[in-house]
Structure formats: structure tokens, C-alpha cells
Design a protein around this ligand. Structure first.
Ligand code: COA
Length: 697
């Protein structure tokens, strides 16, 4: 079936037209004009011949087999054409037609019907609402794009057809070629993950770039992307990052955009390189498509002017790319061969009066240096600068080395011819040094991701039944929010340490429990009707003796009835008062696209004011949980700032992993907060002081 899509032996255009202003004409014209070698069948009940090809009144009248159908008839006829496809044994259909899900309920219903017919006959659909599909390897341009991209090793998919045409035009101006070019549209059937699977095994595709507005199946995408990116880079622009943007997305293709934090972390966890704009997408695409990956993070900068060299250095350092310390032999070679005023250390400054030969000598010496993993080549157009000659030298030299070379010829008009030579010679070139530094940093980051071995998930031995019972009790009672006792059961079942706590049903009972647990104590009202206990005076802390227990009990109960006369009061919890540790917040929310998202941060002002929290999608490996802990800005406070002892990082990581296991085991948990989780010094563990759990409908 997928062969039918990318490598069909025969293609029919249903809705082909004799009218050159109609899409049905343009698509047929593109298929013929760009040299597709298979059978081509225009389908139109009114015409005998279109563009010198015999026209058939319907698909079923075509004499030979039809592998692929491009459908360009009005929406209301698409279902019946799809039935013809089924009868004819068509393997894949590209539905160009708009007017489906993106227009509302009626369109959604039509789309569902079309999909059902396709599924019944095993037909794969691209679209509806697409520009089409282009495959340069067999010269098939089944789209109404205004041109044909050059052959190349990048495959591209886009949820916006209009963006496709923009990218095609940009690529043409920048000599960037493509293997496949796919407009995804409404993704009724084939989505981004299907194409990732195809391109994973496609020897013609080395890099995939994508513009996405939403992801159909988050967990499936993450799993596929994780495997894909271990072999090939995947660069994605995901739009709709602001809430206003998200609304625009819903009205555009009717996709439910997940929250941006979830996309960020899902991409990070699956090795997807996120570009934040189309210009970044371009910047990274050329780097990944043209150049080898750097073996490390050490760069040599070659320049003919000091200022740009310093700017490039700053930009690199900011992105975690360091200036290589040149080997002594390189430095002495440069000292012998460059003018006395030149800088022979990194950044290598060949001076403003450098002709191409001086540049060439410096770049070659840098690339030969074993301490250098990559080169950024800067040029400013000065009176004697041989721009084109220098560009040619960079192109030639870079071919001899397995190290990436990225260029920034500063300026626009003067350097245009040089940039063209760089582009044609597959040297990524940028308008500014910061862009080159950013692209190099992404390449280094990607290489590190590829080298990371995938860790298997750990499982703690826990008491799943105890958690299940507590969850079921709440569910049966119709409570979505677990009460404190139930939440404690679930947390305890997953092995997180909790303060000792017992429910007292009377004053005397409270006194007995206090003796058992030991002073000092905390006492709290337990009632399904009272959620914010402290607000109504339902919590007393620092209780030191029996007398205080009695007073606290009466007061708590009285205040509860004063708050709500008919409150359902279960009793008063008598709880061990634990020593205070570093306040941590551990949380879970359920993202509609990717599922459970874990949150970690320091509690109190760190979460409320500084929003110093990080997210990951569950389930997590230990390395991911450790990375999470280290990622917050206030990590030095946990690591032991100002002579303080470090906190128990292993115990904190264990808590994150146990929660990850909990929400994986119990997908009905939609929200969880452990706030605070006290973290004690190294070796002394943690304590989950307060927990809140909410389950789904
Ligand atoms: N089988 C074969 N041909 C059929 C047919 C059928 N069942 N039903 C209609 N046709 C023919 C028509 O006769 C017409 O040919 P003609 O010019 O010789 O008369 C041709 O198919 C097209 O039909 P028409 O009614 O003229 O529609 P159109 O060309 O104005 O519009 C679409 C059709 C699909 C282009 C239009 O509905 C549409 O969806 N446009 C938006 C496309 C788009 O933007 N997609 C997303 C891009 S990102």
C-alpha cells in the first residue's frame, strides 16, 4: 500500500479538468510535466482527452490497474469516488479536496465516511485538504505546487499546505533538495508517525523536517520518534505555542493542540530537534542535510575581522560550544605562515587584507587539528576580500574532512555570489554568526543524543492492590478527588515515606493515638466536605501534650460544624509532626496528547514566584528523572549551596520514579500533587507531607 503512495506504477487524477485554471488540470499537468514515467489516467465524465492523455469517465472504466488516485472533486463526491477506488483496487489516495473536518460537524461526518470506505478496502489516505505529495526519486509531482524541488536527501511533511509552497520556493533559491515532500492536511488516516515509519526505512531519506500543528497520537509518536532519531535527525516546527496560537490552530485544521510544555518535553525525550520558527527550521535543515555531525563540542572560528570573531565566540559559548585549544603544531604553523599581526590562536584572525589563499591555509590547518571538532567560517567583505574565490576554497576544503563547516559571510549584496557558491557546494551559510552557532549546537546535541544508550525502565516492588482498593473506594463513592486517607493509601502503596497518621473518632481515641505516635503532633479535620482544611482552622500543629490534644480535637470539630453545619465529618487525623526539610513539589497532570506529565521543582516561592519547575512525560528512566532534578535553576540549593549538606538526591529521584510507575499503572489518575515533599540530607530520605489525587470521570 505504501508502495502505491510513493512508488505507484499508475496514477489516476479523479476530477482532472480541461480548464487550465482548475486544480484538476494543474495536478495532471504537474504529473506529466515533471516526468513521471508510470501510467497516467485522467478521470472526468465529460472529457475524452486531457493533456494528450485518454480520459475515462470513472475509475472503474480504466482498462489497467490503478495504484494511486489523486482526488480533486468537490467534497460531496469524494465518498463515491473512494468507493470506486475500492472497486478498482487502488492502494493509496491523495484527497486534495477541502471542506471536511476543518469546516465543522457536517464536514467531520463526511470525512469519517470517506475514511470508513477507505479502511474497508485497505486504501491508505493522505489528506483530505492537502497540496499533494511529491517524490523526486521517481519524478512524481502529485500536487498543485508551483514547481518541482531538486532531488535531495531531506523528506518534508507539513500540516499546512501553504507553508509547503513557501518552503519549496525557499529551497529552490537555496539549492536545497528533497526526497519526498508531503502535505498532511487533516490527517484523516496517514499522520506524521506513519511517515516517520516510512522514512525510517527509506534509504533515500537522511533527514526529516516537519511543520506540525498538533500530533495525532502522542505516545505512538514518541515511541516511533525515539527509534527514528537514533538513526536520522528529525527537526520539527510545532506551531500554536501561545494560547492565542493554539486557538488559531483549532480553527485551522481542527487539531486539538496539546499544551506547549508537553510538546517541549515530549520532543526532548524522543530526540526530536525543535525549531521555534521557520527560519530556524531552514537553518538546521541545511546544517543537518549538508554536513557531518561534530564528534565533540570544540569549534575553531576563522575570521578576517576581530568583532565578528568575538561575537561568534560569545554565541558559541552561550550555546555550550567551546573554542578548541589549537594544538601547538597548528599554532606554530599558523605563526610561520600568517602575517605577524594575525591571531594564530582561536578565533584565528587572518586579517582584513586576507586573500582566499590565506583563508584556505587557516581553514585547512584548523580542520587538520585533532582538537577541533567543527569550524565556523566568518567573512566580512573588505576591499581585497576575494568573496567567490574564498567560498570555492571553503567548499573544496570541507569535502576533504569529516568535520562540519558552517559559514557566515556577513552582509547581503556583496556576499550574495559567495553565498550561492556555498549553498551549491553544500556549505550551510547564515546571515549572522549566532545562527551558525545555534545550528552547530543542535548538531552537537543531536550527536550526544544518538550516543546515549536507551535505558530500560525500572520497576519498584510496590503494593498495587492497596492502591487499587483506595482508588476504587473513591470511584465507587462518586468522588473524583480522593480524601486524605485514600490519597495516603495510594502514596504509601508506592513506597513514598509518609508521616505516621491515624484517624481519631473521639477525644479519647485521639489521646490514645497521640500516645502511640508520640509528640509533637499535627491534628487535621477529615471530611469529604472540607477541602481547604487550613482555611477553616481545621489544622493544628505543634501539639505537645494530652491537654493540647483534647483542646485541639474540640476546636477542630467545632470549627468544622461552624463552617458547614451538616458536614460529613469522619474524624480528626492525629499525625506525626515531621521535621522540616527542603520543600519540594512533585506533581502530575494529564496532557490530552502525550498523557501523564510529571512536574518537579522546589516548593514555596520557587514554584509560586519563580515557576522553577520542569516537566517530563511518564514513564521515565532513572537517567531522565536524574536529569529532571538537575534541570531546575535552583538545583544548587539541593546540591548543597553555601556549605550546606546536599539533599538526598537518590531518594528524590526514587520518589519521581515511583510516581511515574504509579500513573503508568493507574492511568485514571489525572492529577496528583505532593506538596510539600520534604527532602532531607543525604542518606536521610524524604517525607510526603501532603498529597492530593484526582481521578478521571
Ligand atoms: N469523477 C470525475 N470527475 C468529476 C467528478 C467525479 N465523480 N465529479 C466532478 N468531476 C469533475 C468536474 O466535472 C470538473 O471537471 P470540469 O472542469 O471538466 O467540469 C472537475 O471534476 C472538478 O470539479 P468542479 O466541480 O469543477 O470543482 P472545482 O475544480 O471547482 O473544485 C476542488 C474542486 C477539489 C478543487 C475544491 O472542491 C476544493 O476542495 N478546493 C480547495 C482545495 C484545497 O485548497 N486543498 C488544500 C490545499 S492545502
Amino acid at each position: 500500500m505504501l508502495e502505491s503512495l510513493l512508488n505507484p506504477q499508475s496514477v489516476a487524477v479523479v476530477g482532472a479538468s480541461t480548464n487550465p485554471t482548475k486544480l484538476g488540470y494543474l495536478i495532471l499537468d504537474n504529473i506529466i510535466k515533471y516526468g513521471y514515467q508510470g501510467q497516467i489516467y485522467p478521470i472526468n465524465p465529460k472529457a475524452k482527452e486531457i493533456l494528450d492523455h485518454t480520459c475515462y469517465p470513472s475509475l472503474t472504466k480504466v482498462p489497467g490497474p490503478v495504484d494511486m488516485a489523486v482526488i480533486v472533486v468537490p467534497a460531496k463526491f469524494v465518498a463515491s469516488v473512494m468507493r470506486d477506488c475500492g472497486e478498482k483496487g487502488v492502494g493509496a489516495a491523495i484527497v486534495i479536496t477541502a471542506g471536511f473536518r476543518e469546516t465543522g460537524a457536517e464536514g467531520r461526518q463526511m470525512e469519517r465516511e470517506v475514511l470508513e470506505i477507505a479502511r474497508e478496502h485497505g486504501i491508505r489516505i493522505v489528506g483530505p485538504n492537502v497540496l499533494g505529495v511529491i517524490n523526486t526519486t521517481n519524478s512524481l509531482n502529485a500536487s498543485f505546487a508551483a514547481g518541482m524541488p531538486e532531488k535531495g536527501r531531506i523528506s518534508f511533511m507539513s500540516q499546512s499546505g501553504a507553508l509547503c509552497t513557501g518552503i519549496l520556493d525557499w529551497a529552490a533559491a537555496n539549492s536545497l533538495g528533497f526526497a519526498n515532500f508531503v502535505s498532511l492536511g487533516n490527517k484523516a488516516d496517514m499522520d506524521e508517525t506513519d511517515f516517520l515509519e516510512i522514512w525510517h526505512h527509506d534509504s533515500g531519506t537522511d533527514v526529516v523536517i516537519a511543520y506540525l500543528e498538533g500530533i495525532a497520537d502522542g505516545p505512538r509518536f514518541m515511541k516511533t520518534a525515539r527509534e527514528f532519531t537514533k538513526e536520522k535527525p528529525l527537526i520539527v516546527v510545532k506551531s500554536g505555542t501561545t494560547s492565542a496560537g493554539s486557538r488559531a490552530v483549532s480553527s485551522h485544521t481542527g487539531t486539538l493542540a496539546g499544551s506547549d510544555a508537553a510538546y517541549d518535553t515530549a520532543f526532548k525525550q524522543s530526540g526530536v530537534l525543535r525549531a521555534h520558527s521557520v527560519s530556524e527550521l531552514f537553518a538546521y535543515s541545511t546544517a543537518f542535510a549538508y554536513q557531518p555531525l561534530p564528534k565533540g563540542r570544540h569549534v575553531a572560528i576563522i575570521t578576517n575581522a576581530g568583532g565578528p570573531g568575538i561575537m561568534a565566540t560569545d554565541a558559541c559559548e552561550k550555546k555550550g560550544i567551546h573554542l578548541a585549544t589549537l594544538a601547538p603544531e597548528t599554532v606554530s604553523f599558523l605563526q610561520e605562515n600568517l602575517p605577524a599581526a594575525a591571531n594564530c590562536f582561536n578565533p584565528i584572525d587572518v586579517l582584513g587584507d586576507a586573500y582566499a589563499d590565506r583563508y584556505k591555509l587557516a581553514l585547512k590547518a584548523a580542520l587538520e587539528d585533532p582538537n577541533v571538532d567543527a569550524a565556523i567560517f566568518l567573512l566580512t567583505p573588505q576591499a581585497m576580500t576575494e568573496i567567490e574565490e574564498t567560498a570555492r576554497a571553503v567548499v573544496e576544503l570541507s569535502r576533504d574532512f569529516d568535520k562540519p563547516v558552517l559559514a557566515n559571510f556577513m552582509g547581503a549584496k556583496e556576499v550574495a555570489a559567495g553565498n550561492r557558491i556555498l549553498g551549491e557546494g553544500q556549505i550551510p551559510y547564515y546571515g549572522f554568526p549566532e545562527e551558525a552557532a545555534a545550528a552547530l549546537a543542535r548538531m552537537a546535541e543531536y550527536r550526544e543524543w544518538r550516543e546515549q544508550s536507551s535505558e530500560s525502565l525500572e520497576r519498584f516492588s510496590i503494593d498495587q492492590e492497596r492502591a487499587a482498593t483506595a482508588l476504587l473506594t473513591a470511584q465507587k463513592a462518586g468522588r473524583l478527588r480522593l480524601n486524605e486517607m485514600e490519597a495516603r493509601q495510594v502514596i504509601a502503596a508506592y513506597g513514598l515515606p509518609l508521616p505516621k497518621s491515624q484517624l481519631a473518632l473521639s477525644v479519647e481515641h485521639a489521646v490514645r493515638l497521640a500516645k502511640e505516635i508520640g509528640y509533637p503532633l499535627v491534628m487535621k479535620i477529615i471530611s469529604p466536605d472540607i477541602l481547604h482544611k487550613s482555611d477553616i482552622g481545621g489544622v493544628k500543629v505543634g501539639i505537645k501534650n494530652e491537654k493540647e490534644v483534647r483542646v485541639a480535637y474540640e476546636e477542630i470539630i467545632n470549627r468544622a460544624y461552624r463552617y458547614m453545619a451538616d458536614a460529613d465529618i469522619w474524624g480528626v487525623a492525629v499525625q506525626e509532626m515531621v521535621k522540616v526539610g527542603k520543600e519540594i513539589i512533585l506533581g502530575v497532570t494529564k496532557d490530552p496528547t502525550f498523557g501523564h506529565m510529571l512536574m518537579f521543582g522546589l516548593g514555596g516561592i520557587y514554584v509560586e514566584v519563580l515557576k522553577d519547575v520542569v516537566f517530563r512525560i511518564a514513564p521515565l528512566s532513572r537517567a531522565e528523572a536524574e536529569e529532571m532534578v538537575r534541570e531546575i535553576r535552583s538545583f544548587p540549593l539541593l546540591a548543597g549551596a553555601r556549605g550546606e549538606k546536599p539533599s538526598d538526591l537518590i531518594a528524590i529521584t526514587d520518589c519521581i520514579l515511583r510516581i511515574s510507575q504509579m500513573v503508568t499503572d493507574f492511568p485514571q489518575i489525572v492529577e496528583l500533587d505532593i506538596n510539600p515533599l520534604f527532602a532531607y540530607e543525604e542518606g536521610e530520605g524524604t517525607m510526603a507531607v501532603d498529597a492530593r489525587i484526582v481521578i478521571g470521570e
